[in-house]
Design a protein around this ligand. Structure first.
Ligand SMILES: C[S@@+](CC[C@H](N)C(=O)[O-])C[C@H]1O[C@@H](n2cnc3c(N)ncnc32)[C@H](O)[C@@H]1O
Length: 346
């Protein structure tokens, strides 16, 4: 790539993830808004699939990414890393056999997700990842494993299990073994271009624990509080969250068919707690430029959000764009046509 390549073009090297609320398709619009703002340091405390954090890195900013779930933090660590690739030697170590009987994943998820061979493969690689030296190599390998699992799971969510033949439309992603996926995804993450030259970081943290000091800008993309239904990330992605921490420090709800882990409470999960959460968020980051992504199908409405933001910011500008989220069932997709907002408080 030439030095003239725009940050947006550089950010296109980011591996797309099927993630609820991903801003991937809105990146050109978000870029237009960000590029006119004066900032060098930024936080993305609801980093999710990571595409906005990666865009800001490609814009040459120093980005602190975080999420209250472990697997988005791992993905962000892998894509914001400035060095490190999974080389052939590391891949051999990742694929090496591990002695011992059925592992945790095979015992727990037999008949729930994937084939027995896939589950054995997951135990093998997940165990070997823990033996790799260094946070970045471990994050890169885990990111490849997470993306493999997401690709092979029908609809990309872990709410469906057992006989999934009704979802089998012959797609290649459903046919490949997890080992074949993993080998491909290692290459995909190895090909993510190193962009930007400022140091970036990624960690697991609640947004309300992120230190606001020294941040020129904060990009806020909390879950859109549903007017009905739910927006629970654990319900949809519990398997990836478990994989990221190898189910250490989490409790499996044994009574559930898909072996979910306990929900993680967030004030953005309910209308009862959402208003106060927005207020605390804006107050926390009041010294920084605040850029908030929100949608017209979320609660509260735009006027309320603008009013809250004005408490802390003298100038509030709102950009609006129609958007269709490609996520969920056909019925839900129908409902997901909405206006997308970017509120910019300065
Ligand atoms: C709408 S998604 C972010 C999408 C992301 N911008 C992207 O383009 O992929 C919201 C994220 O907020 C995270 N989250 C929810 N409550 C949180 C909290 N209290 N602190 C930090 N992260 C939280 C969820 O785990 C989820 O990854």
């Amino acid at each position: 790539m030439t030095p003239e390549t725009s940050p947006l073009e550089r950010a296109a090297g980011y591996p797309e993830l099927r993630y609820m609320g991903s801003k991937r398709r809105l990146l050109p619009w978000i870029y237009e808004a960000l590029r006119d703002l004066p900032f060098e340091t930024a936080a993305d405390p609801f980093v999710g699939g990571g595409c906005v954090a990666y865009l800001m890195k490609a814009m040459g900013k120093s980005v602190a990414a975080s999420d209250f779930l472990e697997f988005p933090a791992v993905l962000a660590r892998a894509i914001l890393a400035d060095s490190g690739r999974t080389d052939d030697d590391a891949l051999d170590r990742l694929l090496a056999p591990r002695p011992g009987g059925p592992g945790f994943i095979e015992r727990t998820f037999a008949g729930v997700f994937y084939t027995p061979d896939d589950l054995r493969f997951l135990d093998r690689v997940r165990g070997n990842i823990d033996d790799l030296d260094g946070e970045t190599p471990r994050a890169l390998a885990l990111a490849a494993l997470i993306r493999s699992c997401l690709k092979k799971q029908p609809r990309g969510v872990f709410t469906v299990s057992g006989d999934l033949s009704r979802y089998d439309d012959g797609r290649r992603d459903l046919r490949l073994s997890l080992e074949e996926h993993f080998r491909e995804q290692v290459r995909v993450f190895n090909a993510v271009p190193f962009v930007g030259d400022r140091p970036c970081s990624a960690r697991r943290a609640d947004a309300f624990e992120v230190d606001p000091a020294g941040l020129d800008l904060v990009y806020l993309d909390p879950p859109y509080v549903p007017r009905s239904d739910d927006n629970c990330y654990i319900k949809r992605y519990h398997f990836l969250e478990g994989l990221a921490c190898y189910w250490r420090g989490v409790r499996i709800r044994e009574e559930t068919r898909v072996k979910k882990i306990e929900k993680r409470p967030t004030p953005f999960g309910s209308r009862r707690t959402a208003l106060d959460a927005f207020d605390r968020l804006f107050h926390r980051f009041r010294e920084s430029i605040i850029v908030l992504s929100y949608g017209s199908n979320g609660y509260p409405d735009l006027a309320t959000l603008e009013g809250l933001l004005r408490r802390y910011k003298p100038s509030v500008t709102t950009l609006v764009r129609p958007h269709r989220y490609h996520f969920g069932t056909h019925r839900a997709v129908g409902r997901a046509v909405a206006d997308e907002y970017l509120l910019i408080g300065r």
